[in-house]
Unconditional design. Structure first.
Length: 604
């Protein structure tokens, strides 16, 4: 489809970009009319966003598009997306923000800021590097098709939707290969070490028969579905077999062959963004996107070094309580070795790990009202990371509940290489990913039905991950971290996020090698090789994202310190947390503005 036709189709569902005279008229309208016009604009934008990204629609619980799989990697689609971003920004700016207050002003600021940031990103050819060990669409599709994720398989209509959607997977695989070939031509390629991780991931998804694949699991589950007759089940089995063996496995095998035989030989030995065309500017953009600040990589690197030193000092103060003899001049590695050597620093096996996480949930739940009077209605589950992606996955992650409440949130814990998953991380990791961390913040945001959908289901990484790390810091106030080993674990996780500031900027702005990163991690933390390698390679795969945690947490902590200093005995920690969470995720400068406004209101 020619670009002009694509643009015409893409813009047909919305009003044309306003002329200068129309913009003047809209900007002069009363504030109430502008609020209504903006609400209508946000609704139209969101509806188009779901239609153009149906996988996102499925993950937020909007099932009208479960049968669609859009080729979002198509260069024409990318160009169309840029044109649409300009269109929506022009529409919003034509209406303007004069006279807007409260949530209306907040929504306008977030909407226009996000679109400007999106437009800045189109200067860089990210679509030419669509695959790495951390961002692997092949794995996403397999998880969806397994029935263990957001795609429903409850009815015959659900199965029909998936069969239609999955039939488009080979088209997107072909586009991935085409884009990577164009990247090879232009020197926009992934580090070789990352792509070497992709091959075994794909091997874990490829099988000779349909029954051996993750895609067959919904078919196997049909035997327990009384609403599906024998003949209907047999027909579905036949269609799934054709889909999997004749369409999906050849596509996956072709992708695997391309990666192993063509792409890896053409990939680069370097690991930082600076070695890509326009790489330094690209990384600067990623830093701004991730932190929602104007901090430079050099400033963030310095913050990281200072935080590492501060946390080391506090860790040293725990040495006696941990039973480790540590002289003032000893390297902190002696403390790390001593903690690792403790028998109670390890889980026995996967079952023991999951049992202890689930037991800790029972400890935390009764303590939360001490600091919070606002909690989500949605529930969450604790599950192990799926085996096919566990080796390259991080220690834990969180998947949000659906908007209709049909699917709970999920706290995924990585059980790969149990000896590398220290037990002393349990309490802080739980607080970060579950309650009062991501499940509180994201779950509450999903339930804010008065907010425009782009805010309910969007988010700023610095706020989201900053809140998660801040939630870890609440352990002592909540009454956990009673065991010095668990307090050490909390400090170790805070240390880890500070180390990320150093090594991410080191990789992408200071010319550090992969080994430089690993050496710094080993020298300054108790990390084991399995985790160190997966984390180092994560920083290579998603540059800048790792900066969000500590930068966001520092800003939230600074604002709490400000509120406590300004309000004194009138400071209410539950009120502060309510104010931080009640509007969903916002850029850090917007968070500062609204907290300062809250402080002024508390004085009145």
């Amino acid at each position: 489809m020619a670009l002009a036709v694509a643009l015409a189709l893409g813009l047909s569902a919305c009003t044309p970009t306003p002329s200068a005279s129309e913009a003047t008229t809209q900007a002069q309208a009363p504030a109430g009319e502008r609020e209504q016009a903006l609400q209508a604009l946000y609704e139209s934008y969101w509806e188009q966003a779901l239609e153009r990204n149906p996988l996102r629609a499925t993950f937020v619980g909007e099932h009208r598009y479960n049968h669609l799989l859009v080729n979002m990697l198509d260069p024409e689609f990318v160009a169309e997306s840029e044109a649409l971003a300009r269109h929506w920004l022009a529409r919003a700016e034509a209406i303007g923000n004069d006279g807007l207050e409260g949530q209306d002003l907040l929504s306008y600021e977030i909407f226009t800021t996000d679109l400007r940031n999106e437009l800045a990103g189109y200067a860089f050819p990210g679509h030419l590097m669509p695959l790495n060990q951390f961002t692997n669409l092949a794995g996403t599709w397999a998880t969806l098709g397994s029935g263990g994720s957001a795609q429903p398989f409850n009815t015959l209509a659900d199965h029909e939707a998936w069969l239609q959607r999955a039939d488009r997977i080979p088209v997107v695989v072909d586009q991935m290969i085409a884009n990577m070939r164009e990247g090879m031509r232009r020197g926009v390629v992934q580090p070789r070490v990352l792509m070497e991780r992709v091959v075994p991931q794909l091997d874990g998804l490829i099988a000779d028969t349909a029954e051996e694949t993750l895609f067959w699991r919904p078919v196997a589950a049909l035997e327990d579905n009384a609403d599906v007759s024998t003949s209907e089940r047999q027909e579905l089995e036949a269609r799934y077999r054709v889909l999997i063996e004749d369409r999906l496995m050849p596509a996956y095998a072709g992708l695997r062959r391309f990666v192993a035989e063509e792409y890896i030989p053409a990939s680069r030995d370097s690991v930082g963004m600076a070695d890509l065309p326009d790489g330094p500017a690209w990384y600067d953009y990623r830093v701004r996107q991730s932190t929602t600040t104007e901090l430079t990589p050099a400033q963030i690197h310095r913050i990281g070094l200072d935080e590492v030193e501060r946390i080391h000092t506090r860790m040293r103060g725990l040495a006696d309580d941990l039973g480790v003899a540590l002289a003032p001049d000893d390297h902190i590695g002696i403390l790390f070795d001593g903690v690792r050597a403790r028998p109670d620093a390890r889980f026995e096996d996967e079952e023991d790990l999951l049992r202890q996480y689930r037991a800790f949930r029972e400890t935390v739940d009764p303590l939360l009202p001490k600091l919070f009077d606002l909690q989500p209605e949605a529930d969450f589950e604790i599950r192990p990371v799926e085996a096919f992606r566990a080796q390259a996955a991080s220690a834990a992650s969180y998947s949000a509940p659906s908007q209709d409440g049909s699917r709970p949130g999920v706290f995924y814990v990585n059980t790969y290489d149990i000896p590398a998953r220290p037990r002393y991380s349990l309490e802080s990791l739980y607080l970060h990913e579950a309650t009062p961390g991501h499940h509180f913040q994201i779950g509450l945001q999903r339930e804010l039905e008065d907010l425009p959908a782009f805010r309910r289901f969007g988010g700023e990484t610095a706020f989201i991950e900053g809140w998660g790390l801040y939630a870890e810091s609440l352990g002592e106030e909540l009454g956990v971290y009673q065991d010095p080993l668990m307090l050490f674990g909390a400090l170790e996780y805070e240390l880890w996020r500070s180390i990320r500031l150093v090594v991410d900027t080191g990789l992408h702005a200071k010319g550090w090698s992969r080994q430089d990163v690993l050496d710094y991690m080993y020298a300054n933390s108790p990390v084991q090789p399995t985790r160190a390698v997966s984390e180092a390679e994560r920083f290579m795969a998603i540059p800048g994202q790792a900066l969000a945690y500590k930068i966001g947490e520092l800003r939230i902590r600074e604002l709490r310190d400000l509120a406590e200093a300004e309000l004194g005995e009138d400071f209410d920690v539950r009120g502060f947390h309510r104010e931080v969470l009640k509007d969903g995720s916002v850029p850090l400068d917007v968070l500062e503005t609204k907290i300062r406004r809250w402080i002024d209101g508390q004085r009145g």
